[in-house]
Every structure is written in C-alpha cells, then in structure tokens.
Design a protein around this ligand. Structure first.
Ligand SMILES: Cc1ncc(COP(=O)(O)O)c(C=O)c1O
Length: 480
C-alpha cells in the first residue's frame, strides 16, 4: 500500500466553510505553503487527489470482475505520465500500461510494469521503438501494412518473437470532436478492414522464414485492437466495436491463428462536464454545494456541457454479450481514470474590459491546459474560496500567453475572487503542457492527507529552460 493510500482520510474535492478542500486539505493552505516554498513558481499548480485515482480504478476493476482473469485494465499513459500517478494507479490494481512512444515504454518499465504488461500502440512507430518493444517482449499493435512489414523484418533480424494485436479501423463514427475520433473513414489510425487480409499474409510469411526462433512462431498474433476515439458518451458505439472485433478475431482464428483470443476495445469513455463543445460555454460561478457533481444528469439547459456519462460497468455489460466466451478483454482508459483526480489552481492576475467583453486574466494558460484551444474542450472553473459578494457578471477567463486562442473558459457568469480551480485537469493537461513563451512547466502536487501533500513534479526554473542550450550562445553567463 502506498503512502498516500495509508494517509488519506477523506478522498476527493469538497467545500468546507466556503473553501475547496482536497482529501481534507484546504487549497488556501496549500496555496500559501507553495508560495512560501517556491515564490512565484508556486502558482499555477496541478493538484491531484490520490483517493479519487483509487476510486476510479475500483470502478473499472468492479466492471471487469465478471471476466475474472480474462479482464485486463490497462492505463493509457498519454493521459498523464507523471510517474507518481502511474505508480499510484498500479498500486490500486491497474494491471497494464498502454504506451504510444518508446519513452512511454521506458517510463512504464521504470514505474514497475513488466514488459509483458505493456502494450505499444502507434501509427508511426520508429525502428528503434519497435526493436526495443520486440527485444523486451512488449505487446505491439500493428497499425498498417508498412508497420507489419517493418515488424516482420525487425523480428527476423533480432531473431525474436513478436507478440502482436491488429489495430483495426472498422469505420465507426462517434459523437465527439473530429480531432478526438480515431476510426472515421479518413482517420490516420488502424488497418482498414479491406487490408486485414494483406496484413495477415505478411505475418504468415514471417511464420515460414523464422531463423533463430521456431519457424512457425516468429509472430505471435494474439488478437485485435480497436480504439474509436475519446470523450465518447454512447455505449452503443462500443457495442459496434465489440461486434467488429469479435468478427475479425474469428476470421483470424480460422485463418491460421487459432490461439488468438485477445480483444482490446481501447479507451475513450467520457467523463462528466467534459463533452467537447466548440465555442462558448457557460460557467455558473458555481457555489459550494454544486461544484462537484459525481453523477450529473443530462442538462435541461442546452448551453451547458454536462451529461450523464456511461460508467465502466455499463460499458462492460453492454459489450460482454458480443464477445466470444473465451476472449480476453482489455480496456485501456486514460481520461476516465485520471481526469477527475486533478485540478489546476490558478491565481487571478487582473480584470480588464475590451469593447463589450470583460476578461479575467489568470496565471494558468494554454501551456497547462491546451484542450480548449485545440478542440474546444470545456473545463469548468470554480472558486478556491467562494466570494461573499453575490453580484456576478459575464467574463472570459484567459491566460497570459501571447495568443488570442489562449482562453480557459468563455462566457462565465461569476464574481472575480482571487483564485480559481480548473476542473478535470488530471488528464491531457500536464502531459500536453509546453514551454511556449518560455513558460516553465509548473509544480504538481499529490494530496496525501488532510495535513500533507507531496511535490510530485518540481516547477521548472529559468535555468532549467536554458541549460539545454550551449553556454557560448549566451552573451551574459548565468549567475552561478
Ligand atoms: C490507442 C489508445 N488507447 C487508449 C486511449 C485512451 O483514451 P481516453 O483517454 O480517451 O480513455 C487512447 C487515447 O487517445 C488511444 O489512442
């Protein structure tokens, strides 16, 4: 059991006396302590709740329980690759890690996953990444005809058996932002169904020419993988996926790979208040009680983005009837495991008006939360401490980055207090953060009890940013 598991008293986000608390720790106190420790680098800050991470894992483990050892929960590292978080998830019972780069494989290994517990996915794997995955015995998703050729030639050269799944594109459209859909007819991901036969031929030819390993076993085809996209709110889409996966699995079994038994249905479940809507959204300047709604119902107000997201249990129950009895089912969520565990706490720099628009400028920006600018995702915003004033007005909350697209949330009805939290920032925020405008990566903390927190990523300093450049490029040396 990790330290956080032993120490946490209450889990999650809760307002007490008008101030937001994480696992019982006041965010105002946290803010103060970070300011004392790091000065101006103490804000903005990613704050994570270890308790929520564990609860999210439990929901998936419960959902997969009917499958016993044939159900596997794999965490998609791309959602958040902070090693403390990954280790926390592993300790809570996540069985595998889904990776999309060689460095993510190395990170998964560093966090204690065994090579056989790692899945390597990607439409453009580089040779060194494939070599490392094959050498170590990582499970690879074959994404295309060229990927199959490369894998066979690398396995031959290394004399190592490769374990693989076929990543399929069965063309299933879902209600999500086009940038988040990965199985449309023109998506860059996966093998289109008409090309499955060609890929199987390439893999079969590898069976005949193996050298150092048994000739019939150079490629071990274990099954199929389909990931149709992210922020998906329709369980019906997963039923389509399960049907397509089961059909192709049967085809593979009947065409020389009788041992193939794995169906990986990817990730993609959406979470509450996280449906991408392009354009303007309303923030209600939410008060203490209404701030976190674990099970939001479909909103009657069409301008808000809240929906009732499917649970992992509903997802598994919906797909189970369509899976072959002996199949191993892998689910590889990212967002729905980690998004709700984290917020970005951000201070207000100032309030200004231009034309008929009022802006609240905060110290967080698209460098920490790029999703609104990238695909119109909505991250709701709430007070750290609720202001006494009842009067509210409409504001756009924007960051200090020199881009007009640098907004956090537009059209918020609220009273400008002194600091905010940006919700559901546990996924695709830290891992997508950048140094644009030479802004440093910000501090990240995991709240471990009502009294304590751990710094799980130190803030970058200016020196961290410049040390990758040679000293002779600078006219003025860094002060030692
Ligand atoms: C192959 C694959 N699996 C799983 C995921 C995780 O998706 P999500 O974070 O939406 O659950 C992704 C993310 O895009 C992915 O590309």
């Amino acid at each position: 059991m990790s330290e956080a598991q032993q120490n946490s008293e209450s889990s999650g986000w809760e307002y007490k006396g008008g101030t937001l608390h994480c696992n019982g720790l006041s965010l105002e106190e946290l803010r103060l302590r970070l300011r004392q420790k790091y000065g101006h680098l103490g804000s903005p800050v990613f704050v994570y709740s270890a308790g929520i991470l564990r609860e999210n894992v439990m929901k998936y483990r419960d959902a997969l329980q009917p499958l016993e050892s044939r159900g596997m929960l794999s965490y998609s590292l791309k959602a958040n690759s902070n090693p403390y978080l990954i280790t926390e998830l592993r300790d809570a019972g996540v069985a595998a890690a889904t990776t999309v780069s060689g460095n993510e494989i190395l990170m998964a290994l560093k966090c204690g996953f065994l090579p056989e517990e790692i899945i390597f996915n990607g439409n453009g794997k580089q040779s060194w990444e494939v070599e490392m995955a094959v050498n170590r015995g990582v499970l690879l998703n074959i994404d295309s005809v060229f990927d199959a050729h490369r894998l066979v030639s690398i396995s031959r050269r290394l004399g190592s058996r490769a374990k693989v799944l076929l990543r399929l594109n069965p063309v299933i459209s879902v209600q999500t932002h086009p940038y988040l859909a990965t199985a449309l007819a023109n998506s860059k991901f996966g093998i289109e169904m008409e090309q499955v036969e060609e890929v199987l031929k390439i893999l079969s030819s590898a069976k005949a020419h193996g050298n150092n390993v048994s000739a019939s076993n150079l490629i071990e085809l274990r099954g199929v993988h389909i990931h149709i996209g992210s922020a998906i709110s329709e369980v019906e889409a997963y039923v389509e996926v399960a049907k397509a996966a089961a059909k192709t699995l049967r085809h593979i079994q009947n065409n020389g790979w009788p041992e193939a038994s794995t169906i990986n249905l990817g990730g993609g479940l959406c979470i509450a208040e996280e449906i991408p809507v392009i354009g303007k959204d309303i923030c209600n300047g939410r008060g203490p009680e209404s701030d976190i709604n674990e099970n939001p119902k479909e909103s009657s107000d069409s301008s808000t983005a809240t929906i009732n997201p499917p649970t992992p249990k509903e997802l598994v129950a919906a797909v189970l009837p369509y899976l072959p009895e002996e199949a191993v089912l892998i689910l590889e969520p990212g967002r729905s495991l980690v998004a709700t565990s984290g917020v970005i706490m951000t201070d207000i720099i100032g309030v200004k008006r231009n034309g008929d628009k009022e802006f609240i400028v905060v110290d967080a920006a698209m460098t920490e939360v790029i999703r609104p600018a990238l695909y119109g995702a909505v991250h709701q915003v709430a007070y750290v401490t609720c202001p006494h004033e009842q009067e509210t007005a409409e504001f756009d909350i924007v960051g200090p980055v020199c881009e007009s697209g640098d907004f956090i949330l537009q059209g918020c009805q609220l009273h400008p207090g002194s600091s905010f939290v940006i919700w559901t920032a546990g996924a695709y925020c830290s891992s997508m953060s950048s140094n644009y405008n030479l802004r440093p990566h910000v501090v990240e903390v995991m709240v471990t009890s009502s009294k304590d927190f751990k710094v799980i990523r130190s803030p970058q300093t200016f020196d961290d940013l410049v040390k990758k450049y040679k000293a002779q490029y600078f006219s003025v040396p860094s002060p030692s």
